[in-house]
Design a protein around this ligand. Sequence first.
Ligand SMILES: *Cc1c(COP(=O)(O)O)cnc(C)c1O
Length: 380
Amino acid sequence: MTDTATTAPPTGASDGPAAFPLAFRTTPSTAAKADAEREAILADPGFGKHFTDHMVEIIWTIADGWHDAAVVPYGPISLDPAASVLHYAQEIFEGLKAYRHADGSVWTFRPDMNALRLQRSAVRLALPQLPEEYFLESLRQLLAVDASWVPSAPETSLYLRPFMIASESFLGVRAAHKVDYRLIASPAGAYFHGGVTPVSIWLSTEYARAGRGGTGAAKTGGNYASSLLAQEDAYKQGCQQVLFLDSSEGKYLEELGGMNIFLVRHDGTLVTPSINGSILEGITRDSIIQLAKDRGHAVEERPIAIDEWRDGWASGEIVEAFACGTAAVVTPIAALKSKDFTIGDASTPAGEFTISIRQELTDIQYGRKPDHHDWMVRLA
Ligand SMILES: *Cc1c(COP(=O)(O)O)cnc(C)c1O
């Protein structure tokens, strides 16, 4: 393999001799948490702090494609200091949840959408595409050994974090010839303690999260890295989240650091920024659009000028605003603050649609209501 050759972005799906189905090797952890310790963690898991006993890894090389699929004990990974992800941020990730239903079974929500989005992110970051079936199998394999880590208290879940990194030791700038896919899992407590609490949002006019032709539509760590400073500004302004505008005109709503946004008009019409190449195509966003249409709401996906929201909220044309994503599901927005104006205030209660769509979605995810769209997939 020559390190100087420029190669087309690998596709992975058809590369190499890896036969399907990929055989997963399992190495059980010898340091698995005792039942009592795990139960103590599950009683108050927080978010992203604790991890299950195992993780999945699948290796890709330009020569052999996807191979060496394994369930191994959770633990530090060994990476050469020259691994290209550490220097050039060739990395993508996903986020989805496993939910425990009342009968003890464990389910996840629309994992095919996460698999396909990971593939789209891979294309943009010049990473190999993990076949959808490998992605789904990685979830099943991890849950086969770690299902006891799925909590059962209301609104709790096991957060699943698949990710892919360029692991080749090479400082030249090109798509890596060695890539690791990994899946880790972390029990998550109820996002809102003591009821859903509306948030205040800081409108960042100084920073953008994505530009035309950039990586805004890919779920990649770099987008998050570039949003952190704006998020710090939000905290300083007493806000919990930051809202970004389009980078060319600074006029149209894009999204929050990690959530999509919806406005609700007084006639019940939902309005949300269209998929424009720079916002992330949220699966929660897509599901809310579907459920709202099922209820007979009109849904407009189009550019939304910030003035439309500001003026509409003042005149009563816009009656609710909320953000959405897998982690918090639906978060009501109480106030929007910028250098020039503040609309709403922190005490604005969550709107009726916001509350009921959140309830409907979580009812489906936790198996409390029928799943008319066949969104749920059983994992254990
Ligand atoms: C993951 C993510 C979302 C939400 O997507 P879901 O599929 O609904 O979880 C929105 N915006 C950004 C930037 C994201 O990374």
